[in-house]
Ligand binder design. Structure first.
Ligand code: TXA
Ligand code: MG
Length: 302
């Protein structure tokens, strides 16, 4: 059910949960200081309780409500990327509800680059917003994806198709002037390295959410080999020996591919093929590294 921005604000202030657009993917928003709203989010997403929520802010003045520890490295990254698809970890204030951080000492924060959502955040104050999908399903990049997961009556603020199409990049900041990438995302590693050094992360250095199955269509998905197949997810300029091809975009246009990726994984399930194959033969540079990671996690044979 599409609702207006005013209604979204009113519902959020009353501690209800609403789906909102961001530049990355749609989020399931609720007040950060409402245990009821956070509980609703965990329960309707069927989200494991040890998987913390990202807090979104509408202005830098809202940061002290969540953390008092903003280092020089944080400041550089904030100046370079906020508002935008970069989430940073900070020491959480003790007063922050443990439902937000899932008992972790750190809180993940970002300022989204979406005019309507920013306006709402300025009125409501910080909002938690995990991606607005059922846990394990591809993130939603259009209102119809949310309707599919949560039903036609679920309140959605329509912001059209998300411009990035992939979730934010998540960084933890070390004690020296460096950072680790905990989740690849819409800001490629090379862009971050222009601002601060990125240290190689130990295998254990990932977001808690990474241990759960993600981004997967229900249709079993395999990497494309050399044999003819019924259904392929592939690139615009390539020819495939397949009866049906879902086109991600041009293999030299990562932004185009990122934007369509989750829509295509969802569209695949509507066609009810027994299985499908994806063309994984592309250089994994820049944003294509994130695309490769998401596709790898969507495969049935990981
Ligand atoms: O682009 C995005 O980041 C979207 C939009 C809606 O902002 N949000 C999003 O949220 O992708 P979600 O919940 O689907 O993914 C957030 C990830 C999870 O894997 C979670 O484990 C991690 O962020 N995370 C959240 N809080 C954390 C914390 N305090 N420490 C470490 N990881 C955290
Ligand atoms: Mg998610």
């Amino acid at each position: 059910m599409i609702i207006s921005s005013e209604e979204a604000c009113a519902r959020l202030q009353d501690e209800f949960v609403v789906a909102v657009p961001t530049e990355t993917v749609y989020g399931l928003a609720g007040r950060y200081d409402s245990i009821a709203a956070c509980e609703t989010i965990y329960s309707i997403k069927n989200r494991p309780r040890d998987n913390p929520l990202i807090v979104h802010i509408g202005s830098i003045e809202q940061l002290p409500l969540l953390t008092h520890c903003v280092t020089e490295t944080h400041k550089k990254l904030i100046d370079a990327f906020w508002p935008g698809p970069l989430t940073l970890l900070f020491d959480a204030l003790d007063s922050l509800p443990k439902t937000v951080t899932a008992q972790q000492k750190m809180v993940a924060i970002r300022m989204p680059n979406h005019p309507t959502f920013l306006e709402i955040l300025k009125k409501t104050g910080p909002l938690v917003a995990p991606s607005a999908n059922l846990s394990g399903r591809p993130s939603p990049t259009r209102p119809s994806h949310i309707e599919h997961d949560f039903g036609a009556l679920f309140p959605v603020l329509d912001g059209g198709q998300c411009v990035c199409g992939l979730e934010s990049t998540i960084l933890s900041i070390g004690s020296s002037e460096s950072c680790h990438i905990l989740r690849e995302g819409s800001v490629p590693r090379g862009e971050i390295e222009k601002i601060v050094p990125v240290k190689e992360s130990p295998i254990s250095c990932v977001v808690p959410g990474a241990k759960y199955k993600h981004y997967a269509p229900k249709t079993p998905l395999f990497p494309l080999g050399n044999t003819p197949v019924e259904c392929v997810i592939g690139f615009k300029e390539r020819r495939y020996r397949a009866q049906h091809v879902f086109v991600l975009g041009d293999s030299t246009e990562p932004e185009e591919v990122a934007k369509s990726l989750y829509s295509i994984l969802r569209a695949l399930d509507h066609c009810q093929f027994g299985k499908a194959y994806v063309d994984m033969d592309f250089p994994t540079e820049g944003l294509f590294s994130t695309i490769y990671e998401r596709l790898s996690r969507a495969l049935s044979c990981q």
